[in-house]
Design a protein around this ligand. Structure first.
Ligand code: NDP
Length: 459
């Protein structure tokens, strides 16, 4: 046997979006590459995140589509029956297909797949379920997992990992957490017909998004009948024969059949024995420099295991750039972290790129604020009481568009394109001279004429 069979130029720990991309690109440049994975190929995004979430969100959207169809002349009778088992089965089939695609991508690039959990033995070697592997360079791309709350009965609360495989459609879901996952699952379960109670410790959902959009989304969710409880936390969860009882710190108790926790995610560093390799962490995240080097320079880290924005495209880009730099002789290849567009697949959905009004004013910019709040054309016939809200934040002096925010039909699809313009430094004048596409909601961004002039508080 080749005594170098277990030695690699580049060994990647974690076959998620970032790890697979980096492994594949490095192998295409001619490096000998292996990747270790202890679960399904594709990582969080493919198996327990973006992809299954979006499929379930599409499923949930039908709840409203059936109601809205009547205004357009369709008679769909009373609300059609929904089959949770069928949706989960079809979702699983699609995920299996994607797992296969990931395997083919790695196989075709000549990357060895090693199944098991990797642990550093020292700076140059790891153990993957008893198999010792050495490499010139390692990449840690192990991602993260849902955080659990340390309270009595905390382990009775499902996380996003669990609900994708929940055995039956719940009747009443109590979700704690007002971030991306809490809001998206509130939409999913509400749209599929469950009663939803959303518990949030703050006084507004989606911290980090623009306040105008945050307020607008809460209004829509409340109108739909989602029960949002602000300024409280889950204190204890109990299980009885046929229900869970969620106790809140304000004294309220809520009985439900699915208590869910969506209070953030934590990096998967514990099992790696990072101490053995001298890799430092800070607040749980692996510390890296701009070259993605950890404190042990031939060991690199990217994606959710570092404190980079926790978004799949960011991890993919980081993995690609790293392989370009290491094996493609492209030392100047870099990731553009400016104007990263982001979406929340709520109902209606949100798309945003650039700074919020608070952030812009805190940075001392004098701004023009343009806001449009309207009933989308689709709902003139459906009768649905749902608004779309769009907002532009423009630097008063340079006219540069610094923030673009939307809640409304198709917001994520609309905002991605504007992110290109903003990365190119588009000004309000550029928006104004762009011909509108009519009739769309998107045209609102290029037809906003009257804004408010706002100065930062300090001035
Ligand atoms: P987020 O950080 O978005 O939200 C966590 C929520 O839980 C916040 O409302 C937070 O409140 C609250 N919270 C935190 N700790 C506690 C606690 N101890 N008790 C009660 N409430 C608490 O995390 P998510 O889990 O929703 O998502 C994780 C990440 O995954 C996101 O940040 C995002 O980067 C990514 N993601 C992206 C998606 C997308 O692009 N569409 C979809 C899903 C996830 P507070 O605001 O007060 O801190």
């Amino acid at each position: 046997m080749d005594k170098n069979a277990n030695h690699y130029d580049y060994f990647v720990i974690g076959a998620g979006s970032g790890g697979v991309r980096s492994a594949r690109i490095a192998a295409q440049y001619g490096a000998k590459v292996g990747v270790a994975e202890n679960s399904k190929l594709g990582g969080t995004c493919v198996n327990l995140g973006c992809v299954p979430k979006k499929l379930l969100a599409y499923g949930a959207d039908y709840g409203a589509h059936f109601e809205d169809a009547k205004g357009y002349g369709w008679d769909v009778g009373t609300r059609p029956a929904f089959n949770w088992g069928a949706l989960i089965k079809n979702k699983n089939t699609e995920i299996d297909r994607l797992n296969g695609i990931y395997k083919n991508l790695l196989d075709n690039a000549g990357v060895d797949i090693v199944t098991g959990t990797a642990q550093f033995i020292d700076k140059n070697s790891i153990d993957v379920d008893g198999q010792v592997i050495t490499a010139d360079k390692f990449l840690i791309a192990v991602g993260g997992r849902p955080r659990r709350k340390n309270i009595e009965g905390g382990d009775l609360m499902a996380t996003s990992d669990d609900v994708f495989f929940w055995p039956s459609m719940p009747k009443h879901v109590v979700i704690e957490g007002g971030g991306y996952i809490g809001v998206e699952f509130a939409h999913i379960f509400h749209g599929l017909g469950a009663k939803v109670t959303l518990i949030h410790r703050g006084d507004l959902l989606l911290r980090g998004f623009d306040d105008t959009i945050r307020h607008a989304l809460v209004e829509e969710m409340v109108k739909q009948g989602i029960d949002i409880r602000f300024k409280c936390e889950v204190e204890k969860v109990e299980q009885s024969d046929d229900a869970y009882v969620v106790h809140l710190d304000n004294g309220d108790c809520i009985s439900c059949d699915l208590p869910m926790s969506a209070i953030g995610r934590i990096p998967n560093t514990e099992q790696l024995s990072l101490d053995n390799a001298g890799v430092e962490i800070e607040k749980g995240y692996i510390t890296v420099n701009e070259q993605y080097e950890t404190s042990t320079p031939h060991i690199f880290a990217i994606g959710d295991v570092t404190s980079t924005p926790q978004l799949t495209p960011v991890a993919i880009r980081e993995g690609h750039v790293l392989a370009d730099r290491l094996y493609g002789q492209k030392p100047k290849s870099s990731v553009n972290y400016n104007f990263i567009a982001t979406a929340v697949f709520s109902q209606p959905p949100i798309g945003a790129v650039g700074m919020t009004e608070h952030e812009v004013l805190d940075k001392g910019h004098e701004i023009m604020r343009y806001v449009s709040n309207f009933k989308p054309m689709k709902h003139t016939l459906t009768g649905r009481d749902e608004r779309s809200v769009m907002k532009l934040i423009v630097d008063f002096k340079t006219e540069r568009v610094l923030g673009l925010h939307m809640m409304g039909l198709d917001a994520p699809e609309i905002v991605q394109g504007f992110a290109v313009a903003m990365n190119m430094g588009a000004t309000k004048a550029d928006f104004d001279r762009t011909m509108a596409m009519h009739p769309t909601s998107a045209e609102e961004f290029v037809t906003m004429r009257s804004g408010e002039h706002i100065k930062p508080k300090a001035q």
